[in-house]
Design a protein around this ligand. Structure first.
Ligand code: SF4
Length: 450
């Protein structure tokens, strides 16, 4: 009988100092490491690396932390330091230059990355709960990549900042490492998400990191370029799709990356309205009166660019004139994909206290008008694609009919249209195929693989 011998897991020793909050941090770090197959070591001698979670509240606590680091170095030698004293990395390095890595409180990703480096995890399909690419709720061929949490804005209709707090960006090398793993595990399309993708990195703007021996700033442009340089196991560039991009001036720098083929020519910009008066009342960020001009400029650089957006109708105080302004703006902007919502008060949102609520019947009527206009624009744009050849990523195949459903570069999963294929036998989800487009309707395309 053949018996598979499981690999011996790397062992981590832990010294946790300070208050209960620090203890909770230690628990979170160890939970993550345990889920990756690490074992705990009860003593210095048996540990492959020792983690010292420090306290820096009082001078006496700092001294105790330094003593603990010194003891771990003397007893084991391979030491990673984290916790509140991480703010004083220079003082620690001055006394213990051999420390492998130092990070501050709550910097879970940094600590875990430092442990990975000091004692690499050994993946094993027999014991890992989490596959190498992490747990996914999406099909294998596309994955969401979250780059930050929270938001610095305070839009009047939104309660996200009060629930999730201000923007906290992930470090760029950690995002790129996750993206690289996902692509190695079969992801063909990465969907970059956050509450405000253009604001990525403003909270950690000086924290330049190394990735593949290159400096990467925590900035949307650097991140997008590096994501576009990843390669699938077949040597192809994965599709990189940017969601929730606010039109800050620096977004203009991403458009050339689309023209170069590093990032999909697709921008999801939640404009929410066009009337300057309504946008002010909504307290929307990047409320730029020249946005139409900029969209024209983007289309010159990347002619295939697809712009998707969402709009709210019936916001308190929206007059017929404001709404007509939105319709005129949409006619000029010729956006490719549009979703619309009727304003709804959400418990805790500042907008609830605004005067002049719009009656429900008027909201309904405006919603119908905006949908009618944007469906017409979408149908015209899709009709112009009939006769062309597009790359399509297959999402599902239908064995009974021999057909398949997929998406072109213009279509994000779940929210945009689809491409329906006939005579698609032999294809499987995750394939990217050239498709000749034969027909169109308001939202979808129909074609045949070449
Ligand atoms: S709607 Fe406004 S406040 Fe809410 S997450 Fe988006 S930008 Fe932030």
């Amino acid at each position: 009988m053949n018996v598979t011998t499981l690999p011996k897991p790397p062992r981590v020793g832990l010294v946790s100092l300070g208050c209960p909050k620090n203890l909770v941090d230690s628990e979170r770090i160890m939970t993550k490491l345990r889920s990756e197959g690490y074992a705990m070591s009860p003593d210095y001698a048996g540990a492959d690396v020792v983690l010292v979670n420090t306290c820096g509240f009082l001078d006496s606590a700092k001294e105790e932390s330094l003593e603990a680091i010194g003891e771990a170095i003397a007893e084991n030698g391979r030491v990673v330091v984290t916790g509140c004293m991480g703010k004083e990395a220079e003082a620690i390095r001055a006394r213990f230059p051999q420390v492998l890595a130092i990070s501050g409180a709550h910097q879970y990703e940094e600590v875990v990355a430092a442990v990975h480096e000091a004692a690499p995890p050994i993946p094993s399909p027999f014991i890992d709960l989490v596959p190498e690419a992490g747990l996914k709720l999406t099909p294998r061929h596309y994955s969401y990549l979250k780059i930050s949490e929270g938001c610095n804005h305070r839009c009047a209709f939104c309660i996200i900042p009060s629930i999730r707090g201000d923007l906290v960006s992930r470090r760029p090398d950690a995002i790129l490492r996750e993206a690289e793993k996902l692509v190695a595990a079969g992801t063909k399309e990465l969907l970059v998400i956050s509450q405000d993708t253009s604001a990525y990195g403003v909270d950690i703007r000086n924290e330049v990191r190394q990735w593949k021996s290159r400096d990467v700033r925590p900035h949307m442009t650097d991140l997008a370029r590096e994501l576009g340089m990843l390669k699938t196991p077949e040597g192809e560039t994965p599709w990189i799709r940017l969601h929730y991009v606010y039109p800050y001036p620096h977004v203009d720098q991403v458009i050339p990356l689309m023209a170069e083929g590093l990032v999909l020519p697709y921008l999801d910009i939640p404009f929410q309205h066009a009337s300057p008066k309504v946008l002010r009342a909504m307290r929307r960020p990047a409320n730029d009166a020249k946005v139409l001009e900029r969209i024209r400029g983007w289309r010159v650089i990347a002619p295939d660019i697809i712009i998707r957006s969402t709009f709210v109708v019936g916001f308190p105080g929206e007059t017929e004139e404001d709404f007509q302004y939105l319709l005129d703006w949409l006619e000029q902007a010729q956006l490719d994909r549009v979703g619309a919502f009727r304003f709804e008060p959400v418990e805790g949102a500042a907008a609830n206290a605004l005067p002049d609520p719009v009656p429900e019947a008027v909201k309904e009527e405006r919603y119908a008008r905006v949908m009618q206009l944007t469906a017409r624009i979408s149908a015209e744009k899709l009709a112009a694609k009939v006769g062309s050849t597009l790359d399509v990523l297959i999402d599902a195949v239908d064995g009974d009919t021999g057909g398949a459903t997929g998406r072109s570069k213009a279509d994000a999963p779940e929210i945009d249209g689809e491409v329906h294929l006939r005579d698609a036998g032999g294809l499987k989800p995750g394939d990217i195929v050239a498709v000749r487009i034969e027909e169109s309707d308001e939202h979808d395309l129909y074609g045949v693989p070449l």
